[in-house]
Design a protein around this ligand. Structure first.
Ligand code: FEO
Length: 388
């Protein structure tokens, strides 16, 4: 970290298989915490309870004999609040700074009220640490209702709670911030785009040079780019022109159609991401469905409905407000194909979807007729351009 008087005291979790019980965390997860050193000392959030002792020893390493004055609790989800009681035992005179809603959650989680040690803050409230002043920003539903962010005017740092976070432990090299941040945003925060927008407006009024999230790396370079991505994601707009093909296949015939379509589209210069939904991280597929402007759904008719992995995928899309995209359909069925109808039904609450005219209906395996439909779908997908 390049910051002058802010120290990282977070931890890396390499034992985790599924973050929040469902998101694959192959590269682990970081629970970030920071110490702000000034005339007064503030600790920004705690960590998951399994790491309480490690976290406290990181804090002691930074502070030596000094004691912190404040624990600032921006978010009460247990990956951040889990070690609050350990902290209060180690530093019994500290004050806890949080929103009123967070204190209600502290009571629910831990049965504690903390009496006079409570400092309740709301949107726009400030706390002086000496040279610097912290300003609190209500970030309700990003992604719990009690969330506050914190701006440090001295070092121009935004402590952003879960926002701008990503999957991955900090001691694991990852390809890029964006793909894991996108998967994180779409999975965890995505549904609450309408709540993210007003927070971004508040952030726009600040001079933010560094973002310290509760997950993922500290963001110092190109902060404007990260904020712009959050604008796009929270507006439910596609990030770039391209096609996600999400398919399920039982005996390989629907897979063959999906891969042929992908090949044809790539030949024509399209960017294509392909997911076998039964064998992929469904949230990676969800993230790319939101990333690209076009989506093709290909599935088999199964028990008079659609194949379960497609059903789960469509559930996650609809749940997260999937909208403003172009969608094409491929169905397969050996005697009574109905998958296409059911896929549309599952998307009927999604706004602003444009369905392509060329639909593909396969009877067991591709034949001349369904192959012609598939090629027509490819042509139509190439003609579709994302709105600027
Ligand atoms: Fe990282 Fe919403 O907890």
């Amino acid at each position: 970290m390049k910051l002058k008087n802010i120290r990282y005291v977070g931890v890396n979790d390499h034992d985790l298989d599924l973050f929040e019980g469902q998101y694959p965390a192959a590269n682990g997860m970081a629970y970030n915490s920071y110490v702000i050193l000034d005339e007064k000392i503030a600790v920004m959030d705690s960590v998951s309870v399994e790491f309480a002792e490690q976290w406290l020893s990181e804090i002691r390493r930074e502070l030596g004999e000094r004691s912190p004055d404040y624990l600032i609790v921006q978010h009460m989800e247990p990956d951040h609040s889990g070690s609050i009681l350990h902290f209060m035992q180690a530093y019994p005179d500290v004050k806890i700074v949080a929103s009123a809603r967070a204190f209600a959650m502290i009571k629910n989680f831990f049965g504690m009220s903390f009496g006079e040690q409570k400092v309740v803050v709301g949107d726009g409230d400030t706390l002086s640490l000496g040279k610097r002043e912290l300003t609190f920003i209500s970030a309700m539903m990003v992604h719990w209702p009690e969330v506050i962010m914190t701006y440090d005017n001295e070092e121009k740092v935004l402590f952003s709670a879960d926002a701008f976070g990503s999957f991955g432990a900090l001691d694991v090299e990852t390809e890029d911030w964006i793909s894991e941040a996108r998967r994180y945003y779409m999975g965890i925060v995505g549904k609450y785009g309408a709540a993210v927008q007003p927070v971004l407006k508040k952030i726009a009024a600040l001079d933010v040079q560094t973002i310290c999230s509760l997950h993922g790396p500290v963001l110092t370079d190109d902060v404007k780019k990260y904020i712009e991505l959050y604008h796009i994601w929270s507006s439910f707009l596609p990030e770039e022109e391209g096609v996600t093909i999400a398919y399920t296949s039982i005996y390989g015939n629907t897979k063959k159609a999906a891969l042929l379509l992908a090949e044809k589209l790539r030949e024509k210069g399209q960017t294509v991401a392909v997911y076998d939904l039964a064998r992929s991280d469904v949230f990676a597929a969800v993230a790319d469905a939101f990333r690209y402007s076009k989506l093709v759904l290909a599935t088999t008719t199964y028990n008079g409905n659609i194949f379960p992995a497609m059903s789960e995928f469509l559930y996650h899309l609809a749940e997260r407000g999937y909208q403003n995209r172009t969608v094409g359909f491929v169905e397969n069925g050996s005697w009574a194909p109905v998958a296409l109808r059911w896929m549309k039904k599952r998307l009927e609450k999604c706004n602003g979807l444009r369905y392509l005219q060329n639909e593909v209906s396969i009877l067991s395996a591709l034949n001349e007729s369904s192959m012609a439909q598939l090629m027509a779908l490819a042509e139509e997908l190439c003609e579709e351009k994302m709105e600027e």
